[in-house]
Design a protein around this ligand. Structure first.
Ligand code: BES
Ligand code: ZN
Ligand code: ZN
Length: 513
């Protein structure tokens, strides 16, 4: 794991094997690096004058300093047009620099702050580097990386400890994202529900959290009909995994409840999926992996909030014991569901987890993350997650946090009419609502299990892993992305400061409307 620190820049003294200097397109003023040796500066100016290097976004050029100065090499890194530069671009550029440094076999490098110093910039640069250097090479004998980048220094023009803290925090967040990626990328043969449960148990032991894993027979006794039904088709039994973190100053403060879908493999069950791209359904556990990672980060950052994480984990397989279309299942909250498609399994397991979590923990707000519908990808593409909720304030807050975190989300409306589509002639509701508005009808289904508590559902089907239509971003290597973790950690981190943005209860909201 790479160590990233910030340091007040003394370029003429910084011993480093590579100094990365960001250059905006069309700019030639090097005031920020005027301490460079004059001959190195001349070299850079020549390169710019002769247009060997133009500073276009993502371009780079490496040169040896030949003993002129304490750094062995410099890298010019194109930042694109200054007026278009954002924190997200800083994240991408820092990631590109890290990739290039890795290609060069560099174990350690330094990077100058790209633009005016602020917290967002330091956070984005730290995240970009730590996230871009992620690789999943557990199963590779040969090309395991021999040289890894181990140490990076971000050189800034301030010695305020605030920025060190920001970089440290961002490193923890990136670690959590990479942890979720490691789990998400695991093949389904090595990651059945019991494996995720064992991960939760070790997290609990390592970070002093409470945990509980509910097994198949206990799930049956507790009437978690949805989780039991989906789990029935597999020899790998279902698990309901619970992690509890208590960090609020008032220890009995109402917790946030996070719920993550973990279908360790979604074959579709009896409503079997086509074989093309079925392999991608190992990523159907990413919502759950994200929740485990968030609890890990919340505990390692010692955030002053109470958080409960619940991960219903199942494998959705066709077999003679599998649940079937036409089955009617009684869920934890007593509602009955007519199963018309066994591939709409995510909502079946989330429903029980939501109802159980809300009844048991009386949370102030609930957020679920799930690779729930292909329809969310049809609606918003592979780079934007869908939000659907029952509380505008909470949804707005998630959207604001996502914007700050550089993750794209957009909300879809949960109008009453959508409930019509999931009415069943035989049971309280059915588990599919037809093609129109499929991401919303899935959420309408879930809303039957949240009992009026402020709730937001994040459909991360398009964003949980890199797939057709995913934009290339240096900090998102192929595979699981950990999308959503940064947003929710921002939301939980902000809770530390009591502010006017505290959540209103539904009654207050109703009065306002
Ligand atoms: N895990 C899938 C959703 C999914 C599909 C996520 C493709 C990412 C990429 C989910 O369990 C599912 O199969 N949903 C069905 C629902 C349908 C049967 C109503 C879908 O989206 O087709
Ligand atoms: Zn499915
Ligand atoms: Zn699924």
């Amino acid at each position: 794991m790479v160590q990233i620190r910030v340091e007040k820049a003394k370029i003429d003294q910084k011993q480093t094997s590579l100094l990365v200097i960001g250059v905006f397109e069309g700019e030639r003023d090097f005031s920020q690096s005027k301490e460079l040796d004059p001959s190195v500066l001349t070299y850079i100016k020549e390169a710019l004058e002769n247009k060997d290097f133009r500073g276009t976004f993502g371009s780079s050029m490496v040169a040896y300093t030949l003993g002129k100065g304490p750094m062995k090499k410099i890298m010019l890194l194109g930042l694109g047009k200054r007026e278009k530069f954002t924190d997200e671009m800083a994240r991408i550029c820092a990631g590109k620099a890290a990739h290039r440094a890795k290609e060069l076999g560099t174990k350690e490098f330094s990077i100058l702050q790209f633009s005016n110093l602020d917290e967002g910039l330091v956070e984005a640069m730290t995240e970009g580097i730590a996230l871009a250097l992620y690789t999943f090479d557990k199963y590779k004998a040969q090309d395991k990386e021999s040289v890894r980048v181990e140490e990076v220094t971000i050189l800034i023009n301030s010695d305020s400890p605030r920025f060190s803290m920001i970089a440290e925090r961002a490193s923890h967040v990136a670690d959590a994202v990479n942890f979720a990626r490691d789990l998400g990328n695991l093949p389904p043969n090595d990651c059945p529900p019991a494996y995720l449960a064992s991960v939760a148990l070790s997290l609990a032991a390592d970070y002093g959290m409470k945990t509980r894993v509910i097994d198949r027979y206990e799930l049956e006794n507790m009437n978690m009909g949805g989780i039991v039904a989906v789990g029935k088709g597999s020899n790998n039994p279902p698990k309901l995994i619970i992690l509890e973190y208590n960090g609020a100053p008032v220890s009995d403060a109402k917790p946030y409840l996070l719920i993550g879908k973990a279908v360790t493999f979604d074959a579709g069950g009896i409503s079997l999926k086509p074989s093309e791209k079925m392999d991608e359904m190992k990523f159907d556990k990413c919502g759950g992996c994200n929740v485990l990672a968030i609890l890990r980060a919340v505990a390692s950052l010692k955030l002053a909030v109470n958080v409960i994480g619940i991960v219903p984990a199942v494998e959705n397989m066709p077999s003679s014991t599998a649940y079937k279309p036409a089955d009617i299942v009684r869920m934890y909250n007593g509602k009955t569901v007519e199963v018309l498609n066994t591939d709409a399994e995510g909502r079946m397991i989330l429903a029980d987890a939501l109802a159980y979590g809300i009844a048991t923990y009386n949370p102030k707000a609930v957020i679920d993350m799930a690779t729930l519908t292909g329809a969310a990808i049809i609606a918003l593409g592979a780079n934007v997650a869908a939000l659907v909720g029952n509380n505008k304030q909470l949804t707005d807050r998630v959207r604001r946090m996502a914007e700050k975190a550089g993750e794209r989300v957009w909300d879809l409306p949960l109008y009453d009419e959508f409930h019509e589509q999931i009415k069943s002639p035989y049971a309280d509701i059915k588990n599919i609502g037809g093609r129109p508005g499929g991401a919303i009808t899935a959420a309408a289904f879930l809303s039957n299990f949240v009992n009026g508590v402020p709730w937001v559902h994040m459909d991360i089907a398009g964003t949980a892993w890199t797939q057709d239509g995913t934009y290339e971003r240096s900090y998102n290597p192929k595979g699981a992305t950990g999308f959503g973790i940064r947003t929710l950690l921002k939301l939980l981190g902000e809770e530390e400061k009591p502010s006017s943005q505290g959540l209103q209860q539904p009654q207050q909201l109703q009065q306002q409307q």
